[in-house]
Design a protein around this ligand. Structure first.
Ligand SMILES: NC(=O)C1=CN([C@@H]2O[C@H](COP(=O)(O)OP(=O)(O)OC[C@H]3O[C@@H](n4cnc5c(N)ncnc54)[C@H](OP(=O)(O)O)[C@@H]3O)[C@@H](O)[C@H]2O)C=CC1
Ligand SMILES: O=C1O[C@H](COP(=O)(O)O)[C@@H](O)[C@H](O)[C@H]1O
Length: 653
């Protein structure tokens, strides 16, 4: 064991810890001994970390070698923390008193006063935060990122006095999702410089604000900090473009990680977690994020115990909740009520990682920043919209999870409805989370209730290996197709066709926007028999190979006039030579940033379930029976008739 506490400032707690030979709990890396992992780890780089956890010498080397890049990150992080503080001082538009558009419409004066209050905050944030521009660069991922940032940031740093750390507690830390997705995403944010990090250079510069990040894991397993570190070490990797010093970054990240065995009473467990967090955070201000990655049945107990026992009193608290968000209107109401009893709406971040995909963010960028599409985005020009999430046999998500929840609760209710909301909503006033959520909920409330005649539900044939049984005891629906209508002036009569399925022949995730035929087309005689094929189409493809495609008609070269339908193709991997961050990474970054536009607000959750209500009832009464389909096939035959009824020939298979 090596200690390097001598030259660094210490709180009384830290002094005690450092002095005590018997002190077992490691606290912040700069104050205490490094423990050596006591479990073997499986991957090569993790073994290297095991070897390298050897104390002071390493620490000095590490600091010498990465000091420059750390300085850069510290500056970034100072901005980010400043921005977070500002965000949480914004008017709470998620408060039901402010959020309902109909109330806003009735009370123009209130709207003006609310919006001016919000926009003045917004203006302040935009002025004070070059981070905004920086984030744009990060999302594009160009190598200009750091130089741009360095050029713009120095004049705008201000500290608001109090040093503040950020603690992220993963509740359910030993679970499948935490290991496979959450910790790796946190690590990626850490090594990319998006988590605040303490560095001695702060002290050298005598800067009073100390920023730091701590990661906590919580479950009921009787393991130690080092056990958790060993488990997590085997799951961490650096992206191809971030390989430099990967082992050191892992090691530094793992040293910030602590485990708390909460035992079988979460009330007691959360108090213990709080005490442990306070120990580690020291006397600083402390913002906390709690990621609830626990089984649905444990969610309410965990949330309520946490609310009472583990929230920071010295900063903000944000709670991330995993999907599914209930299984129908009633259960989601119950969950929402129990959450809102203990938390404010603006503390809640309901995460659906599929919404963190680049394609989803691109959807609104494409819509609202291209004049070429804006005038066409309505029933006069758009004939139908297709939202497709078709998965083949190579699923990475574990069977246990897939078999627990059917695709309706897991994918349709959140991912598909949110995609439609973003695609079809009116333009929000700003990109602020609550502005976007206001427009999404208005759209969701305009979707006509879905009748079972407009729906095909399917189940993989048992003979082909799907043993899934939903929580209800019924077979888990693995396929869902439907035609939705939005009853508003923009979309009246336009079918929105959904198709979600697992175990299908193709793996394809895309949004297709098909335009009407050209009225009075003078080239009609030069098109083949299938005039549908000549409709213009805009396709946002996520899988395979992210791309934006526009189908246009062009002349085939040569004598005579023969038309061909061709695709203008922006293939991302050709244009941008970067590894796209995982969607969990993207969304965790948003939570840290206080940006909630991709997280469903309680009223959005309820509105989406409301649309699905008649179908769920029919399924419940067995009036709607899932059709069996063959694994590796095209899904239920009747789906084809559903498309045909709405004049659509599916193009994806
Ligand atoms: N796995 C996936 O791919 C996805 C999962 N999700 C959602 O994420 C959540 C977690 O899923 P997953 O990781 O697969 O589940 P797991 O069952 O693998 O893990 C659950 C975790 O929660 C802990 N836990 C269980 N019961 C309690 C309790 N009463 N109090 C405190 N901790 C408890 C478990 O540890 P211990 O028993 O030791 O306490 C374990 O660490 C679920 O809500 C799921 O719906 C969402 C999308 C995808
Ligand atoms: O939540 C889900 O996501 C996975 C896709 O996750 P990814 O990390 O592989 O993009 C999907 O396969 C699954 O059906 C769905 O439940």
């Amino acid at each position: 064991m090596a200690s390097f506490s001598s030259s660094l400032p210490q709180s009384s707690f830290h002094r005690e810890m450092a002095a005590s030979e018997t002190a077992r709990l490691p606290v912040a890396e700069n104050f205490v001994s490094l423990a050596v992992y006591n479990r073997p780890v499986s991957c090569r780089s993790a073994k290297t970390i095991y070897r390298k956890l050897c104390g002071l010498k390493l620490w000095m080397l590490e600091n010498l070698s990465i000091q420059n890049s750390k300085r850069k990150h510290e500056q970034k992080n100072e901005f980010k923390m400043q921005k977070i503080e500002d965000k949480d001082q914004l008017l709470d538009h998620s408060d039901p008193r402010h959020q309902r558009e109909d109330i806003q419409e009735l009370s123009a004066a209130a709207v003006v006063s609310n919006e001016s209050s919000l926009s003045s905050n917004t203006r302040h944030e935009e002025n004070s935060s070059p981070n905004k521009q920086f984030d744009q660069f990060r999302k594009i991922g160009t190598s200009m990122e750091s130089s741009h940032f360095q050029q713009t940031q120095t004049s705008s740093i201000t500290f608001q006095g109090r040093p503040t750390s950020l603690s992220i507690a993963v509740i359910g830390a030993t679970g499948e999702l935490a290991r496979r997705k959450i910790f790796p995403a946190l690590f990626a944010l850490y090594y990319s410089g998006f988590l605040p990090e303490f560095s001695s250079s702060h002290l050298l510069k005598n800067v009073s604000s100390t920023l730091n990040v701590y990661i906590f894991g919580y479950s009921r397993k009787n393991i130690t900090d080092d056990d958790l570190r060993s488990i997590i070490a085997s799951t961490l990797t650096c992206r191809i473009d971030q390989q430099q010093n990967c082992d050191e970054k892992m090691e530094a990240f793992l040293r910030r990680m602590y485990y708390l065995n909460g035992g079988h009473d979460n009330r007691e467990g959360m108090s213990k977690l709080h005490a442990r967090m306070e120990q580690v955070e020291g006397e600083h201000g402390a913002n906390r994020i709690f990621y609830l990655s626990v089984p649905q049945e444990a969610l309410q107990d965990v949330a309520s115990s946490l609310a009472d026992g583990a929230q920071s009193q010295k900063g903000w608290n944000r709670i991330i909740i995993e999907k599914p968000f209930g299984s129908d209107l009633q259960s989601s109401h119950q969950l929402t009520d129990s959450l809102l009893l203990k938390f404010n709406e603006k503390q809640l971040y309901r995460i659906d990682h599929l919404l963190g995909r680049n394609t989803i963010e691109n959807l609104t960028v494409l819509r609202f920043s291209n004049l070429v599409f804006m005038p066409l985005w309505n029933r006069n020009y758009i004939r139908n919209v297709q939202v497709i999430l078709s998965e083949d046999l190579g699923l990475k998500t574990p069977e246990g999870y897939l078999n627990s929840y059917g695709v309706i609760a897991d994918v349709v209710h959140s991912h598909i409805f949110q995609t439609i909301a973003l695609l079809a909503m009116e333009p929000p006033v700003t990109l602020q989370g609550e502005d976007v959520r206001n427009k999404k909920v208005k759209l969701l409330r305009s979707i006509r209730k879905l009748e079972s005649s407009e729906v095909i539900v399917g189940c993989c044939s048992p003979a082909s290996g799907s043993k899934g049984t939903a929580k209800s005891g019924k077979a888990t629906p693995t396929y869902f197709a439907a035609a939705l209508y939005i009853d508003n002036a923009r979309w009246d009569g336009v079918p929105f066709l959904i198709k979600v399925g697992r175990g299908l022949i193709t793996h394809r995730v895309e949004i297709r926007i098909q335009f009407h035929q050209v009225p009075g087309n003078i080239y009609r005689g030069h098109i083949g028999n299938n005039t549908d094929l000549t409709n213009n189409e805009l396709i946002l493809r996520d899988v395979p190979d992210e791309a934006i495609l526009v189908r246009v008609n062009n002349k085939i070269p040569g004598l005579g006039i023969y038309l061909d339908a061709s695709e203008l193709n922006l293939l991302y991997k050709d244009k941008y030579n970067i590894e796209v961050p995982d969607s969990y990474e993207q969304l965790l970054h948003d939570v840290i940033d206080g940006d909630n536009h991709l997280f469903m607000r309680s009223d959005e959750v309820a509105s989406a379930w409301n649309v699905l209500y008649p179908v769920l009832q029919e399924l419940d009464k067995n009036n709607l029976v899932p059709e069996q389909y063959e694994l590796g096939g095209r899904g239920p035959d009747n789906a084809i008739y559903l498309w045909a009824k709405h004049g659509v020939q599916w193009m994806d298979d």
